[in-house]
Design a protein around this ligand. Structure first.
Ligand code: ZN
Length: 454
């Protein structure tokens, strides 16, 4: 049989914009790209079933693949900062990241923004996928975060060297800022990420100040933009969110404590916010008593603050982007990429359609120019990165969290292999080395030792 040119998909079409789904719609896939989108009864004659495989999808929604606005493909589901920064050789991390990339794609994520990497793992993974060697999403990657002594990542004791495996470069002077950006751009990052504040996850009650001065933030933005890259910032504190927006950053991560001046600066400087609340919500749900360096109440406080401040920012017109923060053990790969949409609806008052937009076309603002206008929307000329799922996610946003029930996941016009990768075993060097989970004390009465568990 002659090889078909592509596919004719007929069903409910949700295109990634804020337009209502088209009930009797159709999408034509020709090779790698979308050739045509419209009403099912108006398909041009050239796209005939003899040449294009007709797939009738009653009761199904056809929509763009998800664009996850915040992943860490190199973090390997680490359970602690030590595990991520100190253990596991970079070569094995890269192999793991390629294994996990398949899971991310199989969850319906066809593009992603990687928000900081250990070593150069994320760039290597992006290139291994883009050159066709391994399955995975189209990655846009920031390299290592640029931090200083007050930013996230410089959290190991001062009596040791800053670890090479930390997903950051430590910058000490103003001129180092420019050098750090130029080196990362030389090493082929797509975006620069700055660690603009600390983080309760790592250091309790560390939400106070901005790590960098406004002047330093402006130096970073100017050099990053001069080199044609996007500029993102980890901004958990109010000051870091406001000052980064004032300095002209393109994207604030988190920003739960943003104030009115910060919101105004976002609007003026065309800055978006990617909250990644899924990490906090998962931490609270999973094990509130043992969630990390800080108490669960700090995470609850932040979600509460976000539901006031980010709702206000969104209503004022600041676009929100959905990102999952996948890569840490509370947010394993392939599991939670669609949850942020539910969180946006539940905590920030977005409609399901607005939430889907934030996880598709809206999120393309973070992507490299190679992909920015090529994905995220069902439109002629863009890559055919497409999901087909039962039901209507604008009626039930949680449908997107069940990728095993999706009928199809297309990337570049091809239905992807849905066979889950075999489970992997951990190698001993991946974990924080604990000799014994407790103290083995001597009991004088009994004349023997016994374990006091921790
Ligand atoms: Zn992150």
């Amino acid at each position: 049989m002659e090889k078909r040119k592509g596919y004719l998909l007929k069903g409910k079409v949700l295109d990634g914009t804020l337009n209502k789904p088209v009930e009797q719609g159709a999408v034509v896939v020709d090779g790698e790209h979308i050739a045509w989108v419209g009403m099912a009864d108006a398909i041009p004659a050239q796209y005939n079933p003899a040449e294009y495989e007709l797939i009738d999808l009653p009761g199904r929604t056809i929509m763009p693949g998800l664009v996850d606005g915040h992943t860490h493909i190199s973090f390997g589901e680490s359970r602690s900062e030590e595990e991520n920064a100190l253990y596991t050789p970079p070569e094995f991390r890269t192999a793991k990241a390629l294994y996990y990339s398949k899971k991310v794609l199989q969850a319906g994520v066809t593009s992603a923004f990687d928000a900081a990497t250990t070593y150069g793992v994320a760039q290597a993974v992006r290139d291994a996928i883009d050159t066709g060697m391994f399955p995975g999403p189209r990655f846009t990657v920031s390299g290592k975060q640029i931090t200083n002594h007050q930013g996230l990542e410089d959290s190991f004791p001062s009596n040791m060297e800053f670890p090479l495996g930390q997903s950051a470069v430590l910058v000490k002077t103003k001129s180092d800022l420019v050098e750090a950006i130029r080196l990362q751009v030389k090493d082929e990052v797509d975006a620069i990420k700055v660690s603009g504040s600390n983080d309760n996850l790592i250091t309790p009650d560390a939400l106070g100040a901005s790590a960098f001065t406004l002047e330093e933030l402006k130096i970073i933005v100017d050099e990053t933009h001069r080199l044609g890259k996007l500029c993102s910032v980890h901004a958990r504190s109010c000051d870091s969110a406001r000052d980064s927006a004032l300095a002209g950053f393109d994207n604030l991560f988190h920003a739960s404590y943003i104030d009115d001046a910060g919101i105004e600066a976002c609007l003026k400087n065309n800055c978006v916010i990617t909250p990644t609340l899924t990490l906090l919500v998962n931490l609270i749900e999973a094990n509130p008593a043992n969630a990390g360096a800080s108490t669960a109440s700090a995470f609850e406080r932040e979600v509460e603050a976000a539901s006031v401040n980010l709702r206000k920012a969104f209503e004022a017109g600041v676009p929100l982007i959905a990102g999952s923060e996948s890569g840490w053990s509370p947010v394993p790969y392939g599991q939670w990429h669609a949850r942020e949409m539910e969180v946006f609806v539940k905590y920030l008052g977005l409609s399901p359609l607005q939430a889907i937009h934030a996880n598709t076309l809206g999120a393309t603002r973070l992507l490299s120019p190679r992909y920015r206008d090529q994905v995220g929307k069902l439109e002629a000329g863009r890559y055919a990165d497409i999901l087909v799922l039962p039901g209507d996610p604008t009626q039930d946003i949680t449908l997107l969290q069940r990728p095993s029930r999706f009928d199809y996941i297309f990337k570049g016009g091809q239905p992807i292999d849905r066979t889950p990768p075999a489970p992997r075993r951990r190698k001993w060097y991946e974990r924080t080395k604990t000799f014994l989970a407790g103290l083995y004390v001597f009991d004088e009465e009994k004349g023997c030792g016994h374990l006091i568990p921790e």
